[in-house]
Design a protein around this ligand. Structure first.
Ligand SMILES: Nc1ncnc2c1ncn2[C@@H]1O[C@H](COP(=O)(O)OP(=O)(O)OP(=O)(O)O)[C@@H](O)[C@H]1O
Ligand SMILES: [Mg+2]
Length: 147
């Protein structure tokens, strides 16, 4: 179980992945995760953990050049796809509808990097994960349920 709203220190990349994995185990169809944090904060690392928690096929890489990637459920898992989006290059979240994804977003978990301020319009509630990069390079994560 993750600790909601409590800032969690993540010294290593593997800690960020583990945080994402725990969060992923608590998510289901239709959930939207908005990842907020500066360049290199660990947004993609956290999505790698989400994929593990949700038991979807990898690999998770930065979607910067493809805008969105769909990851299919692995046998034995909860059976929900993960759609990984980079909103940095998306003109607006409306364009997500135009991407012609095979996955119905209401039946997937959607994780959006750089999505703060735009992705919220996709759903009436979402999970906001804020990643901060401290001067000592430790990352601090906070997950909140927003509506
Ligand atoms: N505690 C940590 N958590 C996450 N990443 C870390 C941590 N410590 C070091 N790193 C490193 O920081 C780098 C950036 O991670 P990542 O690509 O996940 O960030 P990002 O927020 O997705 O970046 P971008 O803004 O470019 O999309 C990686 O090389 C990763 O290994
Ligand atoms: Mg990234």
């Amino acid at each position: 179980m993750i600790s909601w709203t409590v800032p969690v220190e993540l010294p290593e990349t593997t800690d960020t992945e583990a945080f994402g994995e725990e969060l992923g185990r608590e998510l289901g169809a239709g959930d939207l995760v908005v990842l907020s944090g500066p360049l290199g904060a660990g947004k993609t690392a956290l999505v790698r953990g989400l994929a593990r928690g949700l038991q979807v096929a990898g690999p998770i890489t930065s979607p910067t050049f493809v805008i969105a990637r769909e990851h299919r459920p692995l046998p034995g898992g909860p059976g929900v796809s993960l759609v990984h989006v980079d909103a940095y290059r998306l003109g607006g979240i409306e364009e997500l509808d135009d991407l012609d994804l095979d996955t119905d977003l209401t039946e997937a978990v959607v994780a959006v990097e750089w999505g703060e301020g735009v992705a919220e319009r996709l759903a009436d509630r979402h999970v906001l994960v804020t990643l901060e990069r401290r001067p000592d390079d430790v990352r601090v994560a906070r997950a909140e349920r927003m509506s």
